[in-house]
Ligand binder design. Structure first.
Ligand code: TYD
Length: 212
């Protein structure tokens, strides 16, 4: 039986380049023969993807902050059961686009919900699936929105306004130091290939992936 795999989350503001970095890392892992699963939150499986459609639906402007937080937590639990746990049991490295730190940044710092409420509704994830590493792609939201050429009008979260995204970014920055050795910043000021090389080096240093 293989050892339990490692679990890595990618975090950051909208347009920080998570998907690109996950794709580049996945290509590198493929070249090095590292078995891995690439997935995302909210989503990753049939039920969680259905919950995602409800959360992000631009029509649902009346959704309460608490409902939003609970839906993210619900999608998370299902995704852990359907996708993350089986992959970890197969000994694979799991790359997950967003995790609990998104709830702390968006629903906590962004919406203003108390951390204790978020910890309570995410207690299953926190007790059983704390990631080995969460890579925070550190780019301020104004720069990130520029990169992705503005806001997607159909996405309820992206439409939340500039002040919201500034609070989210500040929330992320505050988490540096709160989860030592787990929640770490990646400097994204260089090209996407330079950022990819930095991420690979961080994973090698921690023994999460073998050196080339
Ligand atoms: P994502 O697919 O990463 O959006 P993008 O690729 O545009 O950055 O995430 C969807 C949205 O959900 C994003 O606006 C962040 C938000 N989110 C939360 O607010 N809380 C959470 O717990 C998670 C996982 C995501």
């Amino acid at each position: 039986m293989s050892a339990r795999g490692k679990f890595i989350a990618f975090e950051g503001c909208e347009g920080a380049g998570k998907s690109t970095q996950m794709r580049l890392l996945s290509e590198l892992l493929q070249k090095r023969g590292v078995p891995h699963t690439v997935t995302r939150e909210p989503g990753g499986g049939e039920i969680s993807e259905a919950i995602r459609k409800v959360i992000l639906n631009g029509k649902f402007t009346a959704m309460t902050d608490e409902c939003e937080a609970l839906l993210y937590a619900a999608a998370r639990v299902q995704h852990l059961a359907d996708t993350v746990a089986p992959a970890l049991e197969r000994g694979e490295l799991v790359l997950c686009d967003r995790y609990i730190f998104s709830s702390y940044a968006y629903q906590g710092s962004g919406r203003g919900l108390p951390r204790s409420f978020l910890e309570q509704i995410n207690s299953y994830a926190l007790a059983h699936f704390m990631p080995d590493l969460a890579l925070f792609l550190d780019i301020p939201p104004a720069l990130a929105f520029d990169r992705k050429h503005g806001v997607d009008e159909n996405d309820r979260m992206e439409c939340a306004g500039e002040g919201f995204h500034v609070r989210v970014y500040a929330g992320y920055r505050q988490m540096l130091g709160e989860f030592p050795g787990v929640f770490v910043a990646v400097d994204c000021s260089g090209t996407k290939f330079e950022t990819n090389a930095k991420i690979a080096a961080m994973l090698e240093e921690r023994g999460i992936i073998p050196r080339a």
